[in-house]
Design a protein. Sequence first.
Length: 675
Amino acid sequence: MDSSDDLFRGVSDAPAARKPARRERRQPVDEAVQEVGYSAADIEVLEGLEPVRRRPGMYVGGTDEKALHHLFAEVIDNSMDEAVAGHATVIEVALEPDGFLMVSDNGRGIPVDPHPKFKDKSALEVILTTLHAGGKFDSKVYETSGGLHGVGVSVVNALSERLEVEVARNRRLYRQAYERGKPVAGIEDAGEVMNRRGTRIRFRPDAEIFKGARFRPARLFRMARSKAYLFRGIEIRWTCAPELLPEDGSVPPKEVFKFPGGLSDFLTAEIEGETLVVPDIFTGRVDKGTGHGRVEWAVAWFGSRDGFVSSYCNTVPTPDGGTHETGLRTALLKGLRAYAELTGRKRAQIFTADDVMASTGAMLSVFIREPEFQGQTKDRLASGEATRIVEQAVRDQFDHWLAQSPQTGTKLLDWVIDRAEERLKRRQEKEVGRKSAVRKLRLPGKLADCSRNEMQGSEIFIVEGDSAGGSAKQARDRQTQAVLPLRGKILNVESAAAGKLAQNQLLSDLVQALGCGTGSHYREQDLRYEKIIIMCDADVDGAHIAALLMTFFYRQMPELIAQGHLYLAVPPLYRISQGGKTLYARDDRHKDGLLASEFNGRGKVEVGRFKGLGEMLPAQLRETTMDPRRRTLLQVTVEQAEETADAVKRLMGNQPEARFAFIQENAEFAEELDI
């Protein structure tokens, strides 16, 4: 959002009449301080795991399904740390019908003897109830680990309705149960066990915190499988209750994961069916010994779709990349340039790391001591040493890989140079002035462009109809804001054939105005505007047009959404005035709230409903919807990829029965509509 929700308040309030100044009696300083009502008694101290329950977002990133599945990641990471340390060979994961998730391993087992600092508590209870408690701060216990903050399993305990732990250690079994982070009773000695060791944690997330969120078998299945790819010596056994399995059969009730090929097997499965630029996958593994880093990678080049890099540190996924990915990119760039120099290819100096990594599938896994992550959710690696470790490990083997197969090296080099030349050609084409881009449109004059040449700071408003377009053109800032009117509803790309998409004039104009291409030809560097803002009427038809446009961008330009360029404007539906006071309301609920809180009986209150953006005066449209200082923008993001894809397919696809089923499923949540 560009501003707070207050943009609809006081948009054109008349200045209040001045009142004669009145001299106020000064109060003693101590009396004024006393009126503040703020003392030591107001300072609240949260103890134990209460901070986690009060602010779960600080520890797991939120309370949605992504955060819910992060609990599973924290528990299985502990078991993986035991495996990487050489103490566990089997990990079991079971999703049970009552909502419990179980993770067990055959490692050493969490210590259960009294803790030397908390003599009245076992080490097990200290670990489960105390933040920043664990055995991973000292590298003597774990050379490398994914859970360095010491808050993982204690956070899981705090955010679980119930957690049950069993520890098999020294041929004895110990049990303890917790509810919302607090032990139900002391640790129980359950007797002797002969053929069992390790830790078993079984937990059910607290529904009071994760409202409506639930474990997705498909997501858990993929997370468990990826762990097996990352450590060749581990066997992970998956079990899921039959009644929880998805109907499409994508998740089996039982499976055993064990991959001797490691990341090579992982990448082969990910790119199955792709046509490779060179037939061989560049794979390697370097273990520099205890404390010096272990690196494993697999890289393949293909030209049929956009590339990807999946990276991990100490088996923890890092979806936002980080310093280890920088090391990989640098190694591949320097290695290919060195090979080009060796073979006399002077044109190699034009390509960059982006050219090398374009249409590249890469898997990277590093194990380093005491890694530094950004945030508790560990989405990005920040350890500076990772760049050096990865670059040195990959570069040496990449040089050998290119040299031992000159035919492969030359073919790959030619492909990368072609990519670089294509990029430079597009850049030259982009340098043509914006006016020429306008003239290329088949509907001359429809695009009212802005005068700024740089993408940064510029934005384009996509509006419905010429009438709204006319108001928007008068209301805009000509330097930074462009306006493209679209007449009528655009094509529903989810249900339309590819041929119709190519022939659709409205979409063709839109793509041409943005300048960045679609699908696999999307070019972020060619995008002509920093913000693409869908601005439709605040009614049902407007919402439908916005849905069609969002579907188009989601299917044809997903990277545009991923890079944070797509927004929805929030125009008002009502204009409320009384005397010299005018406020705007987004919807009926907002209108009722303003009437109750902002207007009184001092004159007649007039409520007018806008039939559309075209009915608004340019000044009103600018003040409420287009002025960056006062407007509200909703950024379009994709938080849950699978659920979003399913929703788009059901609601926008060519099967009306799917939409009808959705309406029936959600009818009870709908409110009465004022249409």
